[in-house]
Design a binder for this molecule. Structure first.
Ligand SMILES: NC(=O)c1ccc[n+]([C@@H]2O[C@H](COP(=O)([O-])OP(=O)(O)OC[C@H]3O[C@@H](n4cnc5c(N)ncnc54)[C@H](OP(=O)(O)O)[C@@H]3O)[C@@H](O)[C@H]2O)c1
Length: 245
């Protein structure tokens, strides 16, 4: 039987790629689209919503998903704390899978970075560098923040207070208990992330490079296939798809 999918952000770069993957796979059926200009029909029959859009659209999509009791897979980044709370509240009623990155390699990178942070300890300073295409709105990327959460947890640091995004106004040496973020924007870069572990006399760099948005599309659709029929709650992408826990 087809999986009937509502696609939010359908006109965007990732949304268009998801549309192509849906069209090329007889297991999936696109039954509705949302973007700035259009929204799902209120009574459309569907199994799941897949969203790669913008926080403003995601806010509407969350309301729709809860009202219709539809599972939600979302990759939208740049959520403010209020929208993150709305997503968590929605998960009291529907299954929600929200990942800053739906690639297999990045999900493994996040784990490896956490392991490296605790294995190497305080003698290694941690900096995170990310590169994305010129159209990207938020910085640092959702994936860079996710990596930061993982390494700060491994180090026993507070994610928000340990993060440093801008050193231009500071005239002080780097503190051991900080994690630095740098963002490069340009061209058509699909997404690159490096976690640097900088020690005395040696350094480790863990890098992931996405070269094709199909990676996110396939990951999100794999999540969509597995989230239907689940109980309400936040569903971890790695748990759902990778079987890594
Ligand atoms: N989790 C992951 O694996 C992953 C991977 C890549 C990207 N992302 C995230 O996915 C999201 C989409 O990325 P993208 O590169 O596809 O972006 P994009 O090309 O800019 O597409 C954005 C989509 O959102 C809609 N939109 C933008 N602003 C809106 C507004 N104010 N109100 C309502 N709708 C609005 C756009 O509709 P219009 O065309 O009508 O403007 C379009 O459909 C971003 O948050 C990005 O960071 C996540």
């Amino acid at each position: 039987m087809n999986l009937q999918i509502l696609l939010s952000g359908a006109s965007g770069a990732v949304g268009r790629t998801i549309g192509e993957v849906i069209a090329s796979n007889s297991h999936f059926l696109l039954v509705g689209k949302a973007s700035r200009q259009q929204f799902f029909e209120p009574d459309v029959e569907a199994d799941v919503i897949v969203d790669f859009s913008h926080p403003a659209l995601l806010a509407r999509v969350i309301q729709f998903a809860v009202r219709r009791r539809l599972p939600l897979v979302t990759g939208t980044t740049g959520l403010d704390p209020a929208l993150e709370r709305k997503l968590e509240e929605a998960a009291e009623h529907i299954p929600v899978c929200h990942a800053a990155n739906f690639s297999l390699g990045v999900n493994l990178l996040v784990r490896l970075a956490g392991q490296a942070a605790s294995a190497l300890g305080e003698g290694f300073d941690i900096e995170i560098l990310e590169a994305h295409h010129r159209r990207k709105l938020d910085a640092p990327s959702g994936t860079a923040r996710w990596l930061g959460q993982e390494v700060s947890k491994a180090r026993g640091l507070n994610f928000e207070s340990s993060g440093v995004n801008d050193r231009s106004n500071r005239r002080q040496a780097r503190h051991q208990a900080e994690i630095g973020y740098q963002a490069i924007r340009g061209g058509d870069v699909a997404g690159e992330h490096t976690v640097f572990f900088l020690g005395d006399g040696e350094r480790l760099e863990l890098t992931h490079r996405s070269t094709d948005r199909q990676v996110f599309a396939r990951g999100a659709l794999a999540a969509a296939s597995r989230i239907t029929g689940r109980r309400a709650g936040m569903v971890d992408f790695a748990d759902l798809v990778l079987g890594m826990h």
